[in-house]
Write a protein that binds this ligand. Structure first.
Ligand SMILES: *Cc1c(COP(=O)(O)O)cnc(C)c1O
Length: 395
């Protein structure tokens, strides 16, 4: 399901009052008629009607059986890792979200879970890296910040053949563009903080499973470890999802225009956007998703952190900030922000060069955004001519 009509009508009208907006059940407990006799809810960690509406909605959106809402994207990822046992291995995409990398290596390795990081853009690399202990394959596609694309269906087939689960972090694409469960994945997770919430006003995470049994395990960990999403934030995510299709359509359209503009500007070196025919896996992106998303990444010919920082601080509409997926356009400099803790050589080898900049294209008028980038890029050309930059890196 990824059609706006069915989405809008799968958000129920309140059966009690007819309210068209989902009520916020701001309560911790529910009165019982007799011990164990209740109307489906007994304590709000185990279940809350507002959260349940969001959980059912995202399960429908992702074409899964069970949804579970968490206090952050990382709490959602954490619940999935809890399916594993000591001795199990995770095969993870090499340019995984930094927070997931930290969770895997600094929290779970000490409990005996090993993680292999693999370039998943080539399916053969995945096949080669699977071991008898591999229990979970962890994919992000597109990845952050260089928007690498992996073939979900091919990797799902490998996962099935080797009896492991495939989990796809679908934060960048959203179900409006890509439904990993329909392509064979077992689990989808989201940082709903990004496009699903859509307004940069909350932190939330979601897990959806293809099968009921696996979903019930996730629900067990959700209740047993308690990292639930509260009713008000659940309501905000529902409200965000109501306009998901419309927002994503505009994000994609503007991002494509901006990526094409960047390719023509003399200060720009490389542009990374799955919607460009120059993208390494453009064909796979086109085959498995309905659009290419709102994130555009590029590097400068003047490959210094100084030049990148000048650019990132001379845009008017693109605000310098981490995160993505909101209505306001954002710009970030991974080398000194999200990827600062990675040693320089390793960072550059992973494609995060000194001048790499990531845009989260918002909902402003595309022409205004292009004019904003143009004046900032022209400024870089001028500063380069005047030799304002030395060869300082990001040490
Ligand atoms: C932000 C993000 C996360 C983590 O989500 P939080 O809501 O910040 O905990 C996970 N994966 C991706 C791809 C993200 O962008």
């Amino acid at each position: 399901m990824s059609n706006a009509t069915t989405l809008i009508h799968s958000i129920p009208v309140d059966p009690l009052t007819g309210a068209v907006s989902v009520p916020i059940y701001q309560t911790s407990t529910f009165v019982q008629e007799a011990p164990g006799v209740n109307r489906g809810y007994d304590y709000a960690r185990s279940g809350n009607p507002t959260r349940a509406t969001l959980e059912n909605l995202v399960a429908t959106l992702e074409n899964g059986k069970i949804g579970a809402a968490f206090g952050s994207g990382l709490a959602a990822i954490d619940a999935v890792v809890k399916l594993l046992q000591s001795g199990d291995e995770i095969l993870a995409v090499d340019d995984i979200y930094g927070g997931a990398f930290r969770l895997f290596t600094q929290v779970y390795e000490k409990f005996g879970i090993k993680v292999n990081y693999v370039d998943c853009t080539n399916v053969n690399n995945v096949l080669d890296a699977i071991t008898p202990a591999t229990k979970l394959i962890w994919l992000e596609t597109p990845t952050n910040p260089t928007l690498k694309i992996s073939d979900i269906r091919a990797i799902a087939n490998l996962a099935k053949a080797h009896s492991c689960w495939l989990c796809v972090d679908n934060t960048f694409a959203t179900p409006a563009l890509q439904q990993p469960l329909s392509l064979g994945a077992d689990i989808v997770i989201h940082s709903a903080t990004k496009y699903l919430g859509g307004h940069s006003d909350l932190i939330a995470g979601l897990v959806v499973t293809k099968e009921k049994e696996l979903g019930e395990k996730i629900r067990f960990y959700q209740n047993a470890t308690g990292a639930i999403l509260g009713p008000f934030d659940s309501w905000l995510v529902i409200r965000g999802i109501e306009t998901l299709h419309l927002r994503i359509k505009q994000h994609c359209q503007s991002a494509q225009q901006i990526a094409e503009f960047l390719e023509t500007h003399p200060a720009v070196d490389k542009v990374y956007y799955p919607g460009l025919s120059s993208h390494h896996n453009h064909k796979i992106a086109k085959a498995q998703s309905k659009g290419f998303g709102g994130i555009v990444t590029f590097s400068l010919k003047n490959d210094t952190a100084q030049a990148a920082i000048q650019l990132a601080t001379s845009t008017q509409y693109f605000k310098l900030a981490e995160s993505l997926g909101g209505i306001k356009s954002l710009i970030s400099h991974p080398a000194t922000m999200t990827h600062k803790t990675i040693p320089e050589q390793k960072r550059i080898a992973a494609g995060v060069s000194n001048s790499l900049l990531r845009l989260s294209v918002g909902l402003e008028v595309a022409e205004d955004l292009i004019a904003d980038l143009k004046q900032a890029l022209d400024g870089i050309l001028l500063s380069t001519q005047n030799k304002n930059f030395d060869t300082l890196t990001c040490a």
